[in-house]
Design a protein around this ligand. Structure first.
Ligand code: ASP
Ligand code: MG
Length: 406
């Protein structure tokens, strides 16, 4: 007998019929002789709708109260799913995150899970019930409700799988699996049978929204096999797993993009030791996460420093950059929100040369200008014009011959 954690996202529980479908999938897994824990998101666009209401009520909403509100979305789904299983003559019980002892740190809206108490869940599983848990939420040591950040139900699911030592965590979603590129952009994108945690982490952080990054980190740290699969079609999906030797033969697994970045440049910064430490020290203290950095050596002992941040942080980053520029005697600050990042990812890059050159060639052939470059052991990323993203992703996918049948 295996223990399987299943997770269903908002679109998979959007209405009564779909909730009934989830009930069927959970019960089918149980009929195969397995113990089943189900984690669900809020129905459809509920979380977005609640956040839109917040906007109407307050310009500076309190994070604690936002968590109070958002956590209600998932709580609706768990109860409805339990009732759906009962109506189908199955056994099930629903729990909120706090009820199953999902303890988090104190950072509202982006809380991190610190511990899980599995006792209650184990007891109910042993009684033959499907255990249904609300995703995306937890509670601080001080009994305050928290949420884990948008998309956080994935993390609840994988964290529960780790804590319960589950055999697998199945993430049911509205796509069949993880693709070599966004199929909305690249028609011939191919579904991957498997991908490593590290590749998936790069893809998640690069903006392919299939899995919440923290969920992949949990999977990696506790070695939980994660399967991304469709809730609408009964076909195997993509396994996210530990690296195996033959995976190194595949140089590039996929092409990702992120339109959510913006660039800030501080121009004419004095060229002397300690400047970068000062600039990025202050940016870090302001809790602004910097992705890429580039420094151009200018003339007259002055440099230009550019960095990219999430578009959400642009306003804060810009205000801070203005202050820093003034303090350092820099000439001016510029910003650009019309940029995007395209990346190729693959564990095989560790042992194959020339990947960056191939990517640059794909962009050059299509007359797409590269504004910034960064690389890691398993990734090459370029910042380009946002308006070039679709063409760039297609060109890179073609150049690496990632399409079906090759
Ligand atoms: N309902 C939350 C969201 O929309 C969490 C999730 O779906 O994973 O972000
Ligand atoms: Mg999601």
């Amino acid at each position: 007998m295996s223990l399987i954690v299943q997770k269903f996202g908002g679109s998979s529980v959007a209405d009564a019929e779909r909730i009934r479908n989830v009930a069927r999938l959970a019960m089918a897994e149980q009929e195969r002789g397995n113990s089943v824990v189900v984690v669900v998101s809020a129905m459809g666009k509920t979380t977005d709708r609640l956040l839109a209401l917040v906007d109407e009520i307050s310009a500076h909403p309190d994070s604690r109260e936002i968590d109070m509100l958002l956590s209600t979305g998932e709580q609706q789904t768990i109860a409805l799913l339990a009732m759906a299983i009962h109506s189908a003559n199955g056994k099930a019980i629903s729990f909120t995150g706090p009820q199953v002892g999902i303890t988090t740190d104190n950072s509202h809206r982006k809380a991190k899970i610190v511990s899980i108490n599995t006792e209650k869940m184990v007891r109910e599983l042993e009684a033959g019930k499907v255990v249904i848990v609300a995703g995306f939420q937890g509670m601080t040591g001080d009994n305050e409700i928290t949420t884990l950040g948008r998309g956080g139900s994935d993390t609840t699911a994988v964290a529960l799988a780790a804590a319960l030592k589950a055999d697998r965590c199945d993430i049911y979603t509205d796509v069949k699996g993880v693709y070599t590129a966004d199929p909305r952009i690249v028609k011939e994108a191919r579904m991957l049978k498997s991908i490593t945690y590290d590749e998936m982490l790069e893809l998640a952080s690069l903006g392919s929204k299939v899995l919440h990054s923290r969920s992949v980190e949990f999977g990696k740290n506790y070695n939980v096999p994660i399967q991304v699969r469709s809730s609408f079609e009964d076909v195997p999906g993509t396994m996210v797993i530990k690296e195996t030797e033959e995976m190194e033969d595949i140089v590039v697994s996929g092409v990702a993009y992120n339109r959510g970045e913006a660039k800030v440049s501080i121009m004419g910064v004095p060229d002397k030791p300690g400047i970068a430490a000062d600039v990025f020290g202050r940016v870090g203290e302001a809790n602004i996460v910097v992705d890429m950095i580039i420094q151009n050596v200018g003339a007259d002992g002055r440099n230009d420093i550019s960095f990219t941040v999430s578009k959400d942080d642009l306003q804060d980053a810009l205000e801070l950059a203005e202050k820093i520029a003034k303090d350092l005697g820099a000439e001016k600050v510029r910003s650009d929100a019309e940029i995007a990042k395209v990346s190729v990812v693959g564990v095989g890059m560790k042992s194959h040369a020339g990947v960056a050159a191939t990517m640059f060639r794909a962009l050059a052939k299509n007359n797409i200008n590269i504004e910034m470059i960064s690389t890691s052991e398993i990734k090459v990323s370029c910042v380009i014009r946002e308006s070039d993203v679709d063409r760039a992703v297609q060109a890179i996918h073609d150049e690496f011959e990632l399409r079906e049948g090759l």
